[in-house]
Ligand binder design. Sequence first.
Ligand code: IMP
Ligand code: MG
Length: 174
Amino acid sequence: MADKISVLYTEEQVNNRIREMGEQISKDYAGKSVHLVGILKGATFFTCELAKRITVPVTIDFMSVSSYGDATESSGVVKITKDLDEPLEGKNVLVVEDIVDTGNTLSYLLDNLQKRGSLSVRLCSLLNKPERRLKEVNVDYTGFVIPDAFVVGYGLDYAQKYRNLPYIGIVETD
Ligand code: IMP
Ligand code: MG
């Protein structure tokens, strides 16, 4: 049976917000370059759109971590399933994530990345669900703060589906 999905942020709203975030990041990193670390697979769409809106020099790498599987609850166990291709020494790293939910993934990942000799590590997340937080995570750039609902689209999936929706929607569960 098809899942019912209601629009939370339209394509236009998401694109406008990403443009604003790109402008802010370009200001904050003026005179420097920024190394985007996108977290597969959810942050791929956001990473690419954000990169297009940043006007300082950009390099991009991706890594993959697992904590969720196909369920909608965090397991609390985080594992790097694909590491970065490039070292982080001397770089201004900006981790790009789709959503910070419990914070399990990012608290582990930021700890890990901070030990790799970069100049700085900051976090940029398209969505932030603070009500669900179990571990404290400092989000430097947040697209939208959302309520405790399961969302899909713009890279976010439900059992690997709906990543390609150009908007952000809530999966209605009844
Ligand atoms: P956390 O470790 O609980 O903060 O969440 C890590 C990952 O869970 C995110 O990067 C997403 O891939 C996934 N996730 C959390 N909430 C949602 C949601 O509402 N929709 C889709 N994926 C989610
Ligand atoms: Mg993710």
